[in-house]
Design a protein. Structure first.
Ligand SMILES: [Zn+2]
Lengths: 546, 313
């Protein structure tokens, strides 16, 4: 048995006993040890592979909240304001004006052969074009022949053209719906706001349920994005995991060159709480190294920018009503109780602080009934939690996965419109969470924001909004904490911290291979650290060849 | 949206809302039991302790469609729309869709979406309230505002489980303040006549034969009125929807001054007037609660409405 020993410019291990090493020895996809060459020769015969001699290795990055749908969406036209890298490594320039959006859509429309085929775009961010809203007349300039629908970055608005409205039977006067603004001509402007108004347009613009399911090409594209961003393990956080999807995911992720480990959570949907536990226990038995199953995802409320998150008093800064529940508290409690009894982990989406409070109450009640050692129930997003709530999480044995990318993309809106200055400055309170001792992860929620844990780390370290405001100086965290959070921290929330998240003896040989040293570039430059590729389970994946 | 919607006008959809445990599924099962010749399609969002009674589905020889895969959660509206679209393509097409919302869904939002779909017509929103618990729930720190909004969005409120409540009169008084526009019907075990919940049959030719209730529903009164020819259907609908008359529902066909036939429908305070299907015969069926609705007064008002309608329409 021969080990492969990789010398590197620097190895950041996350092992406090030896935080840095010069060499790492790998065998059968796992780490034999990290240290000096001298130390590693004690393990016996080895071959030296010096391809990483000028690179920095750190534990493979772990994205604790993403959706493989990000890979699927790249089949559609990217219409975002910010530059974004696609799975093939092409960086699509951000669209700085409505004319640029129209132009990109028109080019894509011209490339489609079927004249009746709809054209779908995504990631439009209407808030960046001043007071001017994107309307159907804008999109009509891209095509009047085919239906066009462009999903907003926040996922809460669908912009459509006249043809789409016509096909849906909505290009008519007299529509009275809170989510459908009308123009001076009395006809819809083409901005469909909120799921209720968006849904009728879905079938005509390509945004039907098939799009949102994780398809095979999308799953492959998603993994290529992982390699480009240094990610070796990523969550698919809200899959309903029907049998055929599980079969496909088991097959694809087991292929010898599939470069990522996917942790797929089963979303509570279409079953009773009792059936949910049964299904998830069945799924857990089907887990393989490259596809981890057996965790539940529950959605408690909506989103802050969609004004559907449940906020405690005094509610939204602009006076919007207090948001929506997506699950009755009785069901949440029942799921928690059954899951605690069965030893199944639950991750719960709570955006507003009232939803967080409910989840805490239900975890506490469930624990009294079924004391459950090391349950690690995790709150996802949990953006508005205050210090008292973080202290409760600690006492209850919970984890949290916060969403610092929000500061950059929507921080200015949170400050001025949704929650107001004070709560905007405590949103995604990473420093408070760490001080309270809550096991912490941070996430992108890709495709809501781009996959890229180093960018997410930059957001947590700097808390900078798109216009340059620092949103809550006191909640900034240090680079070392941020790097630990995007490796061991996220791994802990899936109970994988014994297996991945650090470079030490016995763990999976998962590395992010970097051109720059994230420990020394400085917090300002974390997002610019160049990723060469990854090593996943000992297999080498250069981004340039993926 | 699909070809299915064209054969006999838009497919009526009744949204059934109300908090978890209020009796939504019991009501749906009761409707299936009373369906008679109607083809009811059921969409269920939430999977609670009580399932849709599949024996009722089988007994009806597949004329009833139970769709338990559809989700009616506001956050996943696409599923609701595609499930509805699927129902509209069934052959034979259902006569009526009952859409059972989740326990925390706001029925008004769902009704709003249904109203946007060209193959469907919102029939009305029925919200169940558990007489024993609704007031306490309405004050709950988490779901209180949701429960209050559900009630406020109802056309008909089914005050259910009245046998379990200490003081149903007080609950009803409270509800009528919380939802001034809604009609309130008391029930035990969600036992109400199908015509009060879903209206009379949509097929105009059988309208007149269908205005009867079975014995166990003797708490209701119904009247068949002869709408005066040449009445203004909009004015007539507004009149029937007037809370003073306390009608639960009214439905029928009225000949406009210009000779065209209009379909008129009233659910609580909600009313719609649309084009009548071919072959519809004039007639109006009104349904109310015994002791509350004064059908003689309604009849008189309808007659007077005619008199005050300008001849030009
Ligand atoms: Zn998510």
């Amino acid at each position: 048995m021969t080990n492969t020993v990789y010398p590197a410019r620097k190895i950041i291990t996350m092992n406090p006993a030896r935080p840095h090493a010069s060499h790492v020895a790998v065998r059968d996809g796992r780490i034999v040890g990290a240290g000096t060459l001298d130390e590693l020769t004690g393990w016996g015969a080895y071959t030296l592979d010096d391809r990483f001699a000028d690179k920095v290795l750190m534990p493979g990055l772990v994205e604790g909240h993403s959706h493989t749908m990000e890979g699927t969406l790249w089949a559609y036209v990217y219409c975002g304001f910010f530059d974004r890298m696609d799975p093939e490594g092409t960086v699509w320039p951000g669209l700085r004006s409505i004319d640029e959006i129209v132009e990109r859509l028109r080019e894509a429309a011209d490339r489609l052969e079927d004249p009746a085929a709809p054209l779908a775009g995504w990631s439009l961010d209407a808030i960046y074009y001043g007071n001017r809203r994107v309307d159907r007349h804008d999109l009509d300039r891209a095509s009047t022949q085919r239906a066009i629908g462009v999903l907003n970055a926040s996922g809460h608005i669908l912009n459509v053209n006249s043809k789409a409205l016509e096909l849906a039977g909505l290009l008519k006067p007299g529509i009275d719906h809170p989510g459908i603004p009308l123009g001076e001509d009395g006809l819809p402007t083409g901005e469909m706001k909120g799921p209720d108004a968006m849904a009728p347009l879905g079938p005509f613009t390509g945004f039907d349920r098939d799009l949102l399911a994780c398809d095979e090409p999308g799953l492959r594209r998603f993994a290529r994005l992982c390699v480009r961003t240094g990610v070796t393990t990523a969550a698919d956080l809200a899959n309903t995991l029907p049998d055929d999807a599980v079969d496909m995911m088991l097959r694809v992720t087991a292929e010898p060159d599939y470069p990522a480990r996917i942790v797929a959570l089963r979303r509570f949907y279409g079953v009773t709480p009792e059936e949910l536990i049964d299904r998830v226990l069945g799924l857990r038995d089907r887990s393989q190294d490259s596809l981890r199953l057996g965790i539940i995802k529950v959605v408690a409320d909506g989103s802050i920018q969609g004004f559907s998150a449940r906020l405690r008093w005094p509610g939204y800064f602009n006076g919007a009503p207090e948001g929506l529940w997506y699950i009755p508290p009785e069901h949440l409690l029942e799921i928690y109780q059954r899951a605690m009894a069965a030893g199944v982990q639950v991750h719960t989406h709570t955006n507003g602080d009232e939803a967080t409070e409910l989840a805490l109450d239900c975890v506490e009640a469930a624990l009294r009934k079924h004391p459950s050692p090391d349950h690690r129930f995790t709150l996802q997003h949990c953006q508005l939690a205050d210090a008292a709530q973080f202290r409760r999480m600690t006492k209850l044995g919970m984890c949290v996965n916060l969403f610092p990318n929000h500061h950059f993309y929507w921080g200015d809106q949170h400050y001025g419109i949704t929650v107001g200055p004070e709560r905007a400055e405590r949103m995604n309170a990473c420093a408070t969470a760490l001080a309270a001792g809550v096991p912490l992860a941070i996430h992108s929620d890709a495709p809501v924001t781009p996959l890229g844990p180093l960018f997410t780390a930059w957001c947590a370290v700097n808390r900078r909004t798109a216009t340059g405001r620092t949103l809550g100086e006191h909640e900034r965290i240090g680079v070392a904490d941020a790097l630990r959070t995007i490796t061991l921290g996220a791994a802990y929330t899936f109970k994988l911290d014994g297996e991945i998240g650090s470079i030490e003896t016995g763990k999976r040989a998962d590395f992010a291979v970097l051109e720059d040293d994230p420990e020394t570039v400085g917090g300002e430059a974390l997002k610019d650290v160049r990723v060469w590729g990854t090593v996943q389970g000992g297999r080498i994946f250069p981004a340039a060849e993926i | 949206m699909t070809a299915g919607g064209t054969q006999s006008g838009p497919l009526p959809v009744t949204v059934v809302g109300g908090y978890l445990g209020a009796g939504k599924t019991t009501l749906v099962n009761n409707m299936l039991r009373q369906a008679g010749g109607r083809r009811l399609a059921i969409m269920v969002n939430e999977f609670g302790a009580l399932p849709i009674d599949s024996s009722l589905v089988e007994a009806a020889d597949d004329r009833i469609v139970s769709l338990t895969g559809g989700c009616v959660c506001c956050s996943y509206g696409e599923d609701m729309v595609s499930s509805l679209a699927m129902l509209a393509t069934l052959d034979p097409r259902p006569d009526h869709v009952l859409l059972e919302a989740s326990g925390v869904a706001l029925p008004g939002a769902i009704a709003g979406t249904v109203g946007l779909l060209s193959d469907f017509a919102l029939d009305g929103t029925v919200v169940l309230a558990d007489a024993e618990t609704v007031q306490r729930r309405a004050g709950d720190r988490y779901v209180g505002s949701t429960v209050r909004q559900q009630i406020a969005e109802a056309d008909l409120i089914l005050l259910n489980k009245c046998d379990l409540a200490a003081d149903p009169d007080a609950v009803e008084a409270w509800l009528s303040e919380a939802a001034p526009g809604a009609r309130i019907v008391r029930a035990e075990q969600a036992d109400v006549p199908i015509d009060a919940v879903l209206g009379t049959r949509t097929d105009g030719s059988t309208l007149r034969a269908d205005g009867r209730f079975r014995d166990h529903t003797s708490g209701y009164v119904a009247a068949e009125l002869d709408p005066p020819a040449g009445a203004d259907p909009e004015a007539l609908a507004r009149l029937l929807a007037d809370p003073a008359h306390r009608l639960l529902r009214a439905k029928g066909f009225v000949r406009r001054p210009d000779g065209a036939m209009a379909a008129l429908q009233v659910v609580g305070s909600r009313w719609t007037v649309s084009e009548a299907p071919a072959g519809a015969l004039p007639g109006l069926v009104c349904i109310g609660l015994k002791g509350q609705a004064d059908l003689a007064a309604v009849q008189q008002a309808v007659g007077e409405a005619k008199a005050s309608t300008p001849a030009t329409g």
